[in-house]
Design a protein. Structure first.
Length: 359
């Protein structure tokens, strides 16, 4: 019988699988549950090691906020299942995640439940090698929880039509691997960059959507940083993807789409007629609750700038791929936020329509 369960958690899909297993164990055994997030300062800070002290401290504080947000997300999952966990954010400058986990495991736990694939860097914790190190060196039993296979997730695509399934019918979808070396010279893309306001209904294939989202705000470095800059290293923008098949939320760390709803909300993403025709509308949603030190007006300002950085990436990708797009402020942000059921503190900044110009 287990009475005290330790779950290392980094916010990845595999860590969530381990968490849900541990929640079930805790419920059955009436055991205590502890969620453990490791912030390795040297790994996470990367190139910031040489930054001025004030910028370094600000960046580190942003990482701490991110760690607490990940733990809070896990707490909500556990609480909704009737289990109230203890949360620990462990900061270390020298130890690997596995070492920190094994040290914590000596403090009265019966078992460690850990995912075998997570992610490193800014949003890291337990990639496969760390999980294996924990299983080899931990003094208490370790349960390894494997992730869902990419092939199983990829099978959710309708390969006969090359379209996305309805979010209501699908698990989270891992997108096809992005192609960072695909496309034209930047100078040529800049020359071709323009706004388009006439679209036809031809859908984007999954590979094109994968490349589009990675270009917009994907992870492009081992430390978890993105293809677009963002204010004070606070990742405050989510990308909602509205298609004819339904609406998704892009998760850059796993390069996957999280299902939001089966409704076709494209026509509600703006005031112009073409938004309901084009195959994809990207909605840039800001997490104002991650910028609480700012005034409401400043939150909107900085979130809008971050959204605009992403929008320019989309423009350049579309120019390279022969797609049309337009960055839009012509929308009812309040009504769209209600439609998306955004929690308090989050708000819509802009939207961007992507598709094919009529042949």
């Amino acid at each position: 019988m287990f009475t005290n369960i330790l779950v290392p958690f980094d916010g990845s899909s595999t860590a969530e699988r381990a968490l849900r297993l541990a929640i079930g164990m805790a419920g059955q055994e009436h055991a205590k549950l502890t969620l453990f997030y490791v912030l390795n300062e040297n790994v996470a800070m990367g190139d910031m090691q040489m930054a001025p002290p004030s910028l370094y401290r600000s960046h580190l504080e942003g990482l701490r906020r991110r760690g607490n947000e990940v733990l809070e997300q896990a707490r909500i999952i556990a609480s909704s299942a009737g289990v109230e966990p203890r949360l620990i954010l462990c900061e270390t400058a020298v130890r690997r995640a596995a070492e920190a986990i094994c040290e914590e495991a000596t403090k009265g736990y019966d078992v460690v439940v850990i995912g075998t694939h997570g992610r490193r860097g800014l949003q890291k914790l337990v990639l496969g090698s760390d999980a294996e190190a924990v299983s080899r060196t931990c003094i208490i039993p370790v349960i390894l929880v494997p992730g869902a296979s990419t092939s199983a997730l990829a099978s959710s695509y309708d390969t006969s039509t090359q379209t996305l399934p309805s979010p209501q019918e699908a698990e989270p979808l891992i997108l096809p691997p992005a192609r960072p070396d695909h496309g034209m010279l930047l100078s040529k893309a800049l020359k071709l960059r323009c706004s388009t306001r006439i679209f036809d209904a031809r859908p984007l294939q999954p590979q094109a959507l994968s490349d589009l989202l990675w270009s917009a705000f994907g992870v492009n470095r081992a430390n978890g940083d993105r293809t677009a800059p963002y204010w004070r290293h606070v990742m405050a923008i989510d990308i909602y993807v509205a298609t004819a098949e339904g609406t998704w939320v892009y998760e850059p760390g796993e390069h996957r789409l999280l299902p939001w709803g089966k409704e076709d909300i494209r026509a509600s993403t703006g005031t112009q007629d073409f938004v309901g025709v084009a195959p994809v509308n990207l909605i840039y949603v800001a997490h104002g609750e991650r910028m609480m030190e700012l005034s409401k007006e400043e939150r909107r300002l900085y979130a809008s700038v971050d959204a605009a950085f992403i929008g320019q990436n989309v423009y350049l990708f579309c120019a390279s791929e022969g797609l049309g797009c337009v960055f839009r402020g012509a929308l009812d942000a309040t009504a769209l936020g209600r439609l998306l059921r955004l929690p308090e503190g989050q708000f819509v900044t802009f939207a961007q329509t992507v598709g094919f110009a009529p042949a």
